[in-house]
Design a protein around this ligand. Structure first.
Ligand code: SF4
Length: 196
């Protein structure tokens, strides 16, 4: 990763006022995790509280589930030479008054994604995780379920996935085709690009 770009992102405070006004009242803490030449690009949502505290993306139950979906262990997942993680917002957006995660501020992807994507370069496999990533990178699609269900129609090398949050356990039960059809194809593709 260009140190200059990483340093500029880590120094970003564009959302300071927005975060100060949340129920968590926290300061920005951009979690930056990508490098040029990665084989897999994960475009995700935003850090949760545990990621905010650990400075490690997907360092939570969502990460455990995502690694299981991909069929890789922590060592492979956290190898920045092979896996780049680009959230829709680099900082934890905070909780609302009901304790629900706030959405990623759109200003983050608008401000930083073009430079980050240029830095990462072409990747053979791109995972779009959750509705925010779908809407930005698969515009015009209908909702998460139909977007994920249409996985065979996406550009080669792109998988659209639901968010691996444990809040989506009900979705996974209602859509068993995801586990029986999508995950075997995803795991095969992940294994292929990591061994090519
Ligand atoms: S979420 Fe993005 S734009 Fe907002 S402060 Fe963090 S790095 Fe900056």
């Amino acid at each position: 990763m260009s140190q200059q770009l990483a340093d500029r992102i880590r120094a970003c405070r564009l959302c300071a006022d927005r975060f100060a006004a949340t129920a968590t009242g926290h300061a920005p803490n951009p979690v930056v995790w990508f490098a040029a030449g990665a084989r897999i690009l994960i475009i995700s949502q935003a850090p949760g509280l545990r990621v905010h505290q650990s400075n490690t993306p997907f360092w939570d139950r969502s990460g455990a589930r995502l690694r299981d979906w991909m069929g890789i262990d922590e060592a492979a997942f956290y190898d920045r030479a092979r896996v780049a993680i680009l959230p829709s917002a680099f900082c934890f957006p905070g909780y609302d008054a009901a304790g629900i995660d706030l959405p990623p501020p759109p200003v983050c992807a608008r401000t930083w994604h073009p430079a980050a994507l240029a830095q990462i370069g072409q990747v053979p496999l791109r995972l779009l995780v959750g509705g925010h990533a779908h809407r930005r990178y698969l515009p015009g699609r209908l909702g998460v379920t139909e977007t994920v269900r249409g996985w065979r129609d996406h550009a080669p090398g792109t998988f659209a996935l639901p968010h691996p949050s444990w809040r989506n356990t009900g979705w996974l039960k209602r859509n068993p085709w995801f586990e029986t059809e999508v995950l075997p194809a995803l795991r095969a593709r992940v294994a292929q690009v990591l061994t090519e």
